[in-house]
Design a protein around this ligand. Structure first.
Ligand code: GRF
Length: 201
């Protein structure tokens, strides 16, 4: 199963995927392509480190979201990509893009969806006074941070947690469940009934 990992920034989830591949814990998945919409994304250092084919399609390089996504689809088809991983890719996808790869786009979000979609999910959880938050791996749908849930992990929020400390706690779990979800998908252990996902143990 050929993966494309899309990033915009730090790339710590990209790194966890590449490291899982290196240690043989990504199942039948291989990282075939890395795409960034930012030329200076910090995470691009990992594509060099792990020697991966990388393409930059800059955010402001097209006249509209539709043109951008057309280009993205073209590149993904050219590289025979089976599954797309949004690992901190900070763009809202067009319905055209999502429908072209129906249930073949995986996103990671730092909250227990459907709670706290959108930006600053960790801050939202703290401001809300939640006692528990976490992270969610799900298939992308036309709505932001929606779509069938594949895996979730919870973390406890303590009284002295800050946005930074909570983000770190959640990130640690993100780095485990994202590669695990990709492994399960690549091994055919995930089936979808309407919006419910059954994971074979
Ligand atoms: C992560 O918190 C992820 O859940 C969210 O964006 C952040 C990306 O971090 N979608 P990184 O670039 O993988 O370090």
């Amino acid at each position: 199963m050929r993966l494309a990992v899309l990033i915009s920034g730090r790339g710590s989830n990209l790194r966890s995927i590449l490291e899982s591949e290196r240690t043989g814990s990504l199942g039948k998945a291989i990282v075939s392509l890395i795409i960034s919409d930012k030329r200076d994304a910090k995470g691009l250092k990992y594509s060099k480190e792990y020697n991966k084919k990388t393409i930059i399609i800059e955010s402001n390089s097209h006249n509209s979201k539709e043109e951008y996504d057309n280009q993205l689809v073209k590149v993904l088809h050219e590289h025979d990509i089976d599954l797309i991983v949004l690992a901190g890719f900070m763009r809202i996808l067009t319905p055209f893009f999502v429908n072209t790869f129906n249930n073949r786009i995986v996103n990671i979000h730092p909250s227990l969806l459907p709670a706290f979609p959108g930006l600053n999910a960790q801050k939202q959880a703290l401001n809300h006074g939640s006692k528990i938050s976490g992270c969610t791996v799900h298939f992308a749908s036309e709505e932001v941070d929606d779509g069938p849930i594949i895996l979730q992990r919870a973390v406890e929020i303590s009284n002295d947690d800050t946005e930074e400390s909570l983000s770190q706690k959640i990130l640690k779990q993100e780095h485990e469940i994202l590669p695990l979800a990709l492994k399960l998908i690549s091994e055919g252990k995930i089936s979808i009934k309407e919006r419910k996902i059954i994971v074979e143990e």
